[in-house]
Write a protein of this length. Structure first.
Length: 283
């Protein structure tokens, strides 16, 4: 999780966040909508978004499973799980016979939000899967037994367009793209969109674009405002109204091992992710 650098002041978002209604409570749960949180550029807020969007969705009464699909294990660490000490992770679920998904799922400190943890072992899966039949569907096969148990499954993808990310896109219903409000972030979006289109046409015709979330936004700088406007000009309604501002709160939550919604529930960052959650449920 690489967000941070500015404080919680200067939150001058002019968007009509209230456009997304507060979701109604559910009378029953499942089947899950699977959302891949993807961008091949690192440091754009994928892990931060996965954790805090998941926690906000859980606040709204959804049962959520977070899938740490990055060998760096930042999602697991960000939820206070000592990833390097784990005996079983998503790697074992993917690559070893006899390992069931319930052997790997862990509860988090957030009610109704569970985690499929990861660590550096997962980096070996990318190499080992190359020779497997149906290699793009390995993750989909792994999570299929629990689809009826959750309302939303969020997959935190690694910062690459390799086989692990293709696996996430192959089993996802939709892709959420966090995009840092920096010029160089814009350049990679076309490549990511091209990859998504290829997965749509060759592997997963049901894959949809959920939206682009502008992150690391600083309303005090002309540069980030210009980048955000260019994103809106290019992608229109695909861009979420909610914007995630830079704030020191996000690095603090990483150290605390909990989402911003519980660490600083009244902060602008927590409110922003609640707005994102409402938009996600409305789309």
């Amino acid at each position: 999780m690489h967000d941070g650098g500015l404080d919680d002041r200067g939150d001058e978002r002019e968007d009509a966040h209230s456009a997304a209604p507060v979701p109604a409570p559910l009378t029953e749960h499942g089947p899950a909508r699977v959302i891949a949180v993807a961008n091949q550029k690192g440091g754009v807020g994928k892990t931060t978004t996965t954790i805090n969007l998941g926690a906000a969705l859980a606040e709204y009464g959804r049962r959520v499973l977070l899938v740490d699909f990055d060998p760096q294990g930042a999602l697991s660490v960000g939820l206070g799980v000592p990833a390097h000490e784990l005996d079983v992770t998503i790697y074992n679920l993917l690559m070893e016979r006899g390992v069931e998904i319930d052997d790997v799922i862990r509860h988090t400190t957030v009610a109704d939000m569970d985690l499929l943890p990861s660590n550096i072992d997962l980096s070996a899966a990318e190499v080992q899967l190359v020779t497997e039949v149906g290699r793009e569907q390995a993750l989909g096969r792994a999570i299929k037994p629990v689809l009826d148990r959750y309302d939303v499954i969020l997959i935190d993808c690694q910062p690459s367009l390799g086989l692990l990310t293709i696996n996430a896109l192959a089993c996802a219903d939709a892709v959420l793209i966090p995009l840092a409000c920096e010029f160089f972030s814009l350049r990679g979006v076309a490549l990511l969109m091209d990859t998504i289109d290829k997965v749509q046409s060759r592997i997963n015709p049901d894959l949809e674009h959920l939206g682009i979330l502008c992150t690391m936004f600083d309303p005090r700088t002309l540069h980030t405002r210009e980048v955000r406007q260019r994103v809106i000009d290019a992608f229109g309604d695909l861009v979420f109204q909610a914007t995630i501002n830079r704030t020191v709160r996000f690095p603090e939550t990483t150290v605390a091992g909990e989402p911003i919604t519980t660490w600083a529930p009244n902060s602008n960052g927590a409110q922003a992710y609640r707005h994102v959650a409402r938009e996600v449920l409305a789309r």
